[in-house]
Every structure is written in C-alpha cells, then in structure tokens.
Write a protein that binds this ligand. Sequence first.
Ligand code: C2E
Ligand code: MG
Ligand code: MG
Length: 649
Amino acid sequence: MKTDKIFERLKKILGFNKESAYVNEHLREANVRSTVYISAVLIAVEIWMLIRYTLKYVITGMCETIWVFFNYTYPYWILLSAGLFVFIYCLLFLTGRINKAKKYSNTIIMLFGLLCLYFGISTSLSDFSRGRMVTCFLTMALYVACLLIWKPYTILLMQPAIAALFIHIIKNYAFNKQGELVVMNEGDQINYITYFISLTMVAMSIYYQRYSEAKQSESLEIAAITDEETGAPNMYRFSQQAKEVLENSDVSKYIYLFFNIKNFATYSDRYGYMGGIELLKKMSGLIKEVFKDEPYARESRDHFVVLTKVEGHENRISEIRNRFLELIKGEVYLDVKAGTYRPKNAEADPRLEINNAHYAVGLIENHDEQYIKEYDEKIDKDYHLRQYVLNNIDKAVKEGYIQVYYQPVVWSTDGELCGCEALARWIDPEVGFLSPGTFIPVLEESRQIHKLDKCIYETVCRKIRECLDNNLPVFPISLNFSRLDFELMDAVGELESLVTKYNVPRDYIHVEVTESSISQDVEKLQQSMKLLHEKGYSIWLDDFGSGYSSLNVLKDYDFDLLKIDMVFLKNFSAQNKNAQMIIKSILDLAKELNMMTLSEGVETKDAVDFLQKAGCGRLQGYYYGKPMTYDEILAKIKDGSFHLSKKFI
Ligand code: C2E
Ligand code: MG
Ligand code: MG
C-alpha cells in the first residue's frame, strides 16, 4: 500500500500521471507564451548582430562581395527567420487565429529549440577551439530550457543530455589551429555541470508553478460551470455546449427537452433538503447516462434541460421516466414530465429557447397520463398572445382598446329587458379581437386584473351618465368583480368614487362576484359586501354551481341574487330530467334564502319554457342576445326587438 502511494507520488512529481485536457492545454499555452518572449529576444539579438556585421563590412570593407558577407552572417539570418516565424506563429496561436486543436505548437517549438542549440554548439565549439568562452552555447541552452518547460521527466532527460552532448563534442572535436585537441580544465567542467543542474531545477520549479496555476484555474472553471448541489453542468455550460452543437450541425435534427419532476416539493418536505438533493443527483445521473455526451444541465429546482437528436427523443424521454419511476417506487405522487422545443436557428440563446420547452411542460402539469408535450405553433401563438397581453394591458387601457359589450338580461315572465351584463372586449389594432377567455386568466395570474376592471367600471358609469344626460334608455348594468379586485385595490372605494364622479344612481349598478373566486379571504370579502350593501348596491353571486363550495358560499355570504351557471343548461333538453330537477332545486333553495334568481346560458325555447315554469326570475343567454355594443342595444330597443321593462328590481 505504502509503496503504491510512493509510486503514485513519484509518478506525479515526474509528470507521468494523466492530466485533464484543461491542464494540458494550460501548460501548452504557458509554453507558447514564454516562446513569444524568447523568440523576441532572439530576434533582437540577431538584428543587432547583423547591424554590427553590416557596419563592420562597410567600414573595413572586409567582404568583397555580398556573397562573402552572407557567408559570414548566414547563421544570424537563419536564426532571425526562424525567430520571426516562431514569434508570429505563437502570437497567432495565442490570439486564437490558429486552430488550437491541431497540436503543432510543441513540435514547432522543439524544432526551434534544436536549431538554436545547433548554432549555439557550433559557435561555441569554434570559440572554444580559439581559447574563448562558450557563452553562446550556454545562452542557447538557457533559451531551450525556457522554451520547453514540459513534463518534469522531459526536463530531467533533456538538460543533462544537452550538457553531456556538449561536453562530448568539446572533448572530441575542439581542435586548435595546430590541429591539437583543446582540453577543458576541470574547474570549468564542474562549473558547466553546476550550471546545468541549476538550469534543470529552475525549469522544474517553473513547471510546478505553472501546474499548480493550471489546477487552480481548472477548479475555478469547473465551479463556474457546475451546479453546486447536483454536480450537473449549469445553464452557463449548457448554453455554451448547445450553441457549439447547433453551430456545427443541422439545427433541424435537434430538439430541446425540459424535464420537470412533478410534486418534487412534497418529496422534499418528506425527506428533507438533503433527501431532495439526493433524488436530484440520481435524476442528473440518469440523464447523463441516457443522453450520453449530449449537452445537459440542471436549470433550477427540479428542472433539467437537454439538447438531443430529434430521432428517438421520445423513447429516451420514456426511458428516463420509466427508470425514474422504478427508482422511487412507492412515492406514487412523483412523476417526470418533459416539454420539448425544436430550435429554429443556431444563433438564438439556448437559455431563452429552453423557456419554450418549459412553457410546454407547464401545460401538461395537471394531465395525469400525458408526460411529453411539444411546443408547437398553436402553443407559440397562445404564448405570444399571452406575452402581448402582459406587455400591453396598460397601453390598451390608455388607448381605449378595452371596450365594453353588453349582454341583455330579461324578465322570465314577459321577456322584457331588465338590465345588461358588462363584458370586457379587447379590440386591438395590432392583433385584432380578443375575447375575455384569452386575456382575463392572464391578467388574473399576473395580478393586473384590477387595471381592466377599473377601466370597465369607468366606461359603464360614463355611459350611464351620457344616456341620462341625453334622455336615452337606461337600465341596470352588472359589473364583474374579480376576487383579486378586492386584494389589489380598494374595489369599493374605486367604484364609489366613479359613481360619485359620474353621479350614477346606485341601483343602476349590480356587482357580480364569481363563486369560484370567493373562498380566499372570507372576512375581507364579507366586509366589502357589507359596505356595498350599505351604499345601496345589489350583489349577485355569479356562476353558482361551477365551483366546489357553492352551498358554503350561500351560508357565509349575503347575496341578493343567485346566477345559475350555464353548465346546468348545457345541451338542455326536455328529456334530461336530472338537470331539470337540479335547476328546480336550486331555484327553490334560492327562494327559501330570499334570493332573486337568474339563469345564464339560455340558448333555446325549451330552456326558456322550463325556466319560466320553474320560477327563475331573470334569463340571460344567446336566445335573447349575445354581448353587443350599447348602440346596438339602443337600436334594438328602438326597432322593437327589445322591450325595456319599467321595473328593474
Ligand atoms: P361570466 O361573467 O359568467 O359571463 C358570461 C359569459 O357567458 C360571457 O362570456 C358570455 O358571452 C357567455 N354567454 C352568455 N350567454 C351565453 C350562452 O347562451 N351560451 C354560451 N355558450 N355562452 C354565453 P365572455 O364574455 O366570454 O366572458 C367570459 C367570462 O369572463 C365572464 O363570465 C367573466 O367571468 C369574465 N369577464 C368578462 N368580462 C369581465 C370583466 O370586465 N371583468 C372581469 N373580472 N371578468 C370578466
Ligand atoms: Mg358575470
Ligand atoms: Mg357567469
């Protein structure tokens, strides 16, 4: 065991251990960087030498021809050219203009080193033969040491080898003019050996310094691209990798996946934070295994993203789901769902593109059976419409794109018009007609519904005032109040100030509160309703029977009228006795509770007959008229299609 450890350590010290591509790349770049400096020094030295020789040539006239001059100076020209070549190559390499994947840099630097060494040895050999010092060789050996700080074992082999080679050459080939071998004295020999040992040590210490820098920056880099909790790549990394894949291949062959673990919060509550993280790690592992070598990441919480090939992606999603369900057997509330999105081009930011797949998976959140949903054109249209609503509600209110349509309400006994319901319409110059089904849920979700409702209240109050001033027919109008109106604004106060501003009699305004929106803050709504009653408004319970708490609502709140939801009249037929019995019972119940009644969604003569007989007070539905403009209502009163009732209560 101990020897194993020592062996491992030795391997590391000598540089035999396998390093990551990142570390190798870092070391290689550091080498190239030092080569830039060394080659620059060499270029300067060679230019200086050439200037010296040129001056000597001009002053002394020692060379008869240019060829003789060249013969004297050719080593400098060769070294200058090689230096320039290496200098330019290294600069291009460092600025990314040369493909770093092609690993020529080491070979080029090595050849450059050998060339320097060759001239160093040959010059010093002739100097030594003439009794001079061998500084040229020593300088070149220093260059080589600086150029090639590669693995320690190469340094350890290279430097002694250079020293041995030089000593061997000097000992065997240094002849003086007389043809005798010049002998190197022992003191010099010792100095040279010491020089090379020091050089080796300096090169080694530079290597270790660079190695530790590489390791440090590698761990920083890993931290920057890794999700801390699961160890999966993070979105920054995903974005880089996905872009690279898309830029280098056919975009239409790829698809983004967005995985969501359904009910992860419940699991986390049950098994604690660490339990949750363990599950996420397992999910991350599954994805890594199934989508081998493809970009993936943890997006946030229990969300993971992948970029994969379109072909077979559904099978791979199924595999993830099946293996996940196998893994958490017993936790029946958990599931895995995936939204998908096909990228259109390689330029778009993957982090934004993935939002589409996220949106798609959100659409199947409550569909038990479905676990894959592709973001298609229809979804795209809805999504953009939704964004449009969110971004343009203020403008729509300001510019008058929000309009009020009025749907007639009649007495069941004589069919005379006894009021209208104000219903919002968004008529946009850019996207055209929008129905409340499109924008109301979006505005409620984004807590902006009060902006719309305030606008509707004001339009209605203004309209009533206008008609009163011009002696046009006027009738009560019911306004829809969202639950959020009571939270997001002082709904009663707002209505009151408008009613005061336009001097509208309060019995011309009815307040509709939808049953399904009531459950939340009981006291607040009760207080608001009390206030509305005190001021003299009639309060209607909208969509009765559509929610889960219908009867409770009747118990806790004091409504004046009960509006039976249109679901009860859906596909109404004289034969459907059950529906009739239910409606009849609701009407009886309302009577017992002293409430007035209204049925919405009245579409057929059969329904009218039945409701009349059953004793429903008011009727509203396409049978009498769809929501229309106030002018249309006035026109219908004028042409006799509607008879305006004399009593409204
Ligand atoms: P609601 O208050 O229950 O309004 C009745 C809805 O039923 C209206 O749809 C109306 O056009 C439709 N309707 C009326 N008679 C019939 C019929 O015979 N058959 C069928 N199939 N439908 C009929 P609309 O205008 O699309 O409004 C939908 C919902 O949007 C409304 O339901 C209401 O909850 C909400 N809404 C509309 N305008 C506003 C508003 O200004 N403020 C708020 N907060 N909600 C509004
Ligand atoms: Mg309504
Ligand atoms: Mg309704």
